[in-house]
Design a binder for this molecule. Structure first.
Ligand code: PAF
Length: 278
C-alpha cells in the first residue's frame, strides 16, 4: 500500500495504476462502513485509492473541525487489511494554499436539509471532491447512503459538470447490530447517549411500517416519528424530513421514492440517518 502526501506524487502514481481505478474519499477515523466501500470498490476495479483528508471548508465556524477524530495510524492499518493500493493524505496547505478562493457550488438541492442547517457545508464538500476527482482521476467513486443528501449532490454534480468518465456509486448504510448507522462521530457519544441513539433507526423503521400499513400523510408519519424520539430523554430533534428522494422537495402526500431522513442531537453530537421508501 502506497502512502502519498503530495498532489504531484498522487498524479504521478495514478499513471501507473491498473484501470479501472475505484476511489473512496474519506475524512478518516475509519469504521466498517468505510471498509465496506473499499471492499466493494476492490471487487469492481483493478486498483483502489482511498483519500484521508479532514476538509476544513465543509465545517462551519462553530463546528467540530479542530476536534474531529483523527487516527491516521489506525486508519492505515485498517486499509492494509482490505488491500488498498494507495492512500492519499494531503496536508491542508496542499489542498488549500494561501490565497485559495475557487469554489464549486450547486443550487437548490444544497440549500435543503443539511444545507439549511449548515449553510457552507456542501460548497466545501463539492469543492474538495472536485479537487480530489481531478487529482485521483478515478473511473468510479464510492459514497455511503448514510449521507444521502451528499450522495445525491455529488451524483448530480458529476452529471451536470460532465464528469462523463466517472461513475458515482452510492452503497447502503452499514449499521451496528442494534441499528445505529456507523459514523466517525459516534465516538463522541457517552454510553447513555449511545444507548439512546438507537431511536434514530427505530423511528425510520416506524415510518417504513406506517407507509407499509397504508399511511400516506407525511405530517402524520412525521408526528409519530417525533413522538417516538421524544420518549428518549437525551435526544433533541434537529429535523425530520419526508421528501422526494431525487429533488428533496418536501412531501405532503408520500409518493415513492421518498427519502425519510432525520438529524437528532445528543448533547453537541448531531447524528444523521435515513431510509428510502421504494
Ligand atoms: O463523507 C465524507 O467523509 C466527506 O464529506 C467527503 C466526501 C470525504 C468530503 O470531504
Amino acid at each position: 500500500m502506497r502512502i502519498i502526501e503530495s498532489i504531484a506524487d498522487m498524479k504521478k502514481f495514478r499513471l501507473k495504476l491498473p484501470e479501472p481505478v475505484g476511489f473512496v474519499p474519506t475524512m478518516g477515523y475509519l469504521h466498517e462502513g468505510h471498509l465496506a466501500l473499499v471492499r466493494h470498490a476492490k471487487s469492481e476495479n483493478k486498483s483502489v485509492v482511498v483519500s484521508i483528508f479532514v476538509n476544513p471548508t465543509q465545517f462551519g465556524p462553530q463546528e467540530d473541525f479542530g476536534k474531529y477524530p483523527r487516527d491516521p495510524q489506525r486508519d492505515l492499518a485498517m486499509l492494509e487489511t482490505v488491500k488498498t493500493d494507495a492512500v492519499f493524505m494531503p496536508p491542508v496547505e496542499e489542498m488549500y494554499p494561501p490565497g485559495y478562493d475557487t469554489w464549486v457550488e450547486l443550487g437548490k438541492i444544497t440549500h435543503r436539509l443539511e444545507g439549511a442547517a449548515r449553510p457552507t457545508h456542501f460548497r466545501g464538500v463539492t469543492t474538495v471532491v472536485t479537487k480530489l476527482f481531478n487529482i485521483v482521476q478515478p473511473n468510479r467513486a464510492y459514497f455511503g447512503q448514510k449521507d444521502a443528501q451528499q450522495a445525491l449532490v455529488l451524483t448530480k454534480m458529476a452529471r451536470e459538470l460532465n464528469m462523463d468518465d466517472l461513475e458515482v456509486i452510492t452503497l447502503p448504510t452499514v449499521r451496528e447490530p442494534d441499528g445505529l448507522a456507523m459514523s466517525s462521530r459516534n465516538i463522541y457519544l457517552s454510553p447513555a447517549e449511545r444507548k439512546g441513539a438507537t431511536v434514530l433507526y427505530q423511528s425510520l423503521r416506524l415510518a417504513e411500517q406506517l407507509y407499509q400499513n397504508g399511511e400516506r400523510d407525511a405530517r402524520k408519519v412525521h408526528q409519530q416519528m417525533l413522538d417516538l424520539i421524544q420518549k428518549e430523554p437525551l435526544a433533541q430533534v434537529d429535523y425530520i424530513s419526508i421528501a422526494n428522494a431525487e429533488t428533496l422537495d418536501e412531501l405532503d402526500t408520500i409518493k415513492l421514492p421518498a427519502l425519510v431522513s432525520l438529524v437528532v442531537k445528543f448533547g453537541r453530537t448531531r447524528l444523521l440517518d435515513n431510509i428510502v421508501l421504494r
